[in-house]
Design a binder for this molecule. Structure first.
Ligand code: PFF
Length: 495
């Protein structure tokens, strides 16, 4: 039997869940590096332009579609044109596969929450991370060797995500967002306030406010800004669409979208002040040039920061665990949202209860994540990330622009949005979605595909080919499988 349609019990639950879905690893460890390598202070111009013109515009499409149709992406695409259903399953599958490795990064972080209590990484955090934690091999050769601690941690992260997502919407995602998000903000405030008191902090934070104006004439800087907005706002992943489908009728759409987008960007800029100040302190203390410290991703979190904590003195026993807890909470709230997309789509098509579809999704997801718990895990993860983020996800967003902007009657979305918002949308919005956004996405996509193909080795190309085949075959299978829920094939009632 199909589960009862979930509805948020308050606007604040929706807003916090949306902010939680956006604030994630991308805000904490991706943004500082992107900001620094693309002109420092002047990067804020393309960043703000991308946020307003492209990011918020697309989020609004997702809000309007989710709110209007109140169902999953696959059913929405089926309703617009039945032949579009495989595209929806393609997007859902991409999001699901991203989830399987995102879990693994959150699991590494969980290990570091524990390690940071005693600074167990020792004097060489780089070697410790690759050899002692990951047992990393730089090819597929380690795929048969499970790394026990990573495996246990991955299992724990999957179990906690399952526990949250299988519950009733408000009891699970709603409640956890209301608890974790304020704690997350509090932790970041403590870290930033402390970081500003460190000697050398100004070496770091002035970088954010020192503009390199010539960077603005570089197309790559604009693409980087746009790429950050896509990643950070989780654009096109159908998260906003899914969460907005649970909104009650009297909700304010545009108002909520603006609150979420500004909170997400505010969070990442504020957090960057702390990260840069801490790196400024490290540059002063260790003599390592600042530009060598501002690395991205795992390098920043699991190598550079442990190095910083090694020289920070007694405060590192507080700031260290807080830093890793911050990543853990940001990661968990994003994970819940990523999981909800597939879980909701499956329950809508096959008529499963919320609990059953969440359980199914988590079991299959856990099995795939086991691949990343092997000695070849970090190697594979790099390939999955490059392919799914640079290629597949952007391709999905491009198709969504075409479907909502060109195939569907876009004016209906304008009407939905304007009749449920204090702020009214300008007709320029339509031009952005129909013309500007698809062109920008296409250029970003072409750039990503080019660099992904150029930088990979033969094995990585084979893995990507296998992924591409999966991304074609599985969506077709899901489309062909008959819906158990008869409502699935019925046209959606217009209000
Ligand atoms: N926006 C979240 C983050 O910045 O981490 C969630 C997310 C975005 C997860 C994009 C994965 C992803 F590929």
């Amino acid at each position: 039997m199909a589960s009862e349609k979930s509805v948020w019990d308050s606007n604040i639950a929706f807003v916090l869940a949306m902010i939680g879905s956006a604030v994630g690893l991308g805000n904490i460890w991706r943004f500082p590096n992107v900001l620094y390598s693309n002109g420092g202070g002047s990067f804020m111009i393309p960043y703000i332009v991308s946020l307003f013109i492209l990011g918020i515009s697309f989020v609004l499409v997702e809000y309007a579609v989710g709110f209007k149709f109140k169902t999953s992406l696959s059913k929405i695409f089926f309703t617009i044109k039945s032949r579009l259903e495989p595209i929806a399953w393609f997007i859902i599958l991409v999001v699901f596969l991203i989830t399987t490795y995102y879990v693994c990064v959150v699991a590494w972080d969980l290990i570091y929450v524990v390690l940071s209590l005693t600074k167990a990484w020792g004097a060489n955090p780089d070697l410790f991370f690759t050899v002692s934690v990951l047992h990393a091999s730089d090819s597929l050769s380690g795929i048969t060797t499970i790394v026990p601690w990573v495996f246990i941690s991955v299992l724990l992260v999957w179990l906690s995500s399952w526990f949250i997502v299988q519950k009733d919407l408000n009891e699970g995602i709603g409640k956890v967002s209301k608890i974790l998000l304020p704690i997350l903000v509090l932790i970041v405030i403590v870290i930033v306030a402390f970081s500003l008191t460190l000697p050398g902090a100004s070496i770091g934070y002035t970088q954010i406010f020192t503009p390199n104006w010539s960077a603005l004439t570089n197309l790559n800087v604009w693409l980087a800004a746009f790429g950050q907005i896509v990643f950070s706002l989780s654009l096109g992943m159908s998260i906003a669409l899914t969460y907005a489908s649970y909104l009650p009728e009297d909700s304010k759409l545009t108002d909520n979208a603006l609150i979420v987008a500004f909170s997400n960007s505010g969070f990442e800029v504020f957090n960057a002040v702390g990260i840069f100040s801490i790196l400024g302190f490290m540059a002063l203390t260790s003599g390592i040039p600042f530009n060598e410290l501002v690395t991205e991703g795992t390098g920043l979190a699991f190598v550079v920061f442990p190095q910083v904590f090694n020289v920070m003195g007694p405060w590192s026993s507080v700031i260290g665990p807080l830093f890793f807890l911050c990543i853990l909470f940001a990661g968990l709230t994003s994970l819940m949202a990523l999981l909800e997309v597939a879980s909701f789509a499956i329950s809508e098509k096959f008529g499963f209860s919320r609990r059953k579809s969440a359980t199914l999704v988590c079991i299959v997801g856990f099995c795939i994540s086991c691949l990343f718990s092997t000695a070849a895990g970090s190697y594979l993860l790099g390939i999955f990330d490059a392919f799914l983020n640079n290629f597949a996800l952007l391709f999905g967003v491009f198709l969504e622009c075409i479907i909502f902007g060109w195939i569907y009657n876009f004016d209906e979305l304008v009407e939905v949005l304007n009749s449920h918002s204090t702020i009214q949308m300008d007709p320029f919005w339509k031009i952005i979605i129909k013309y500007i956004l698809p062109v920008c996405i296409f250029v970003l996509w072409a750039q990503g595909v080019y660099s992904t193909i150029l930088t990979g080795d033969t094995t990585s190309h084979m893995v990507m080919l296998a992924l591409a085949i999966v991304l074609v075959v599985v969506p077709i299978i899901f489309t062909l499988l008959p819906a158990k829920n008869e409502d699935y094939y019925k046209p959606i009632q217009d209000d």
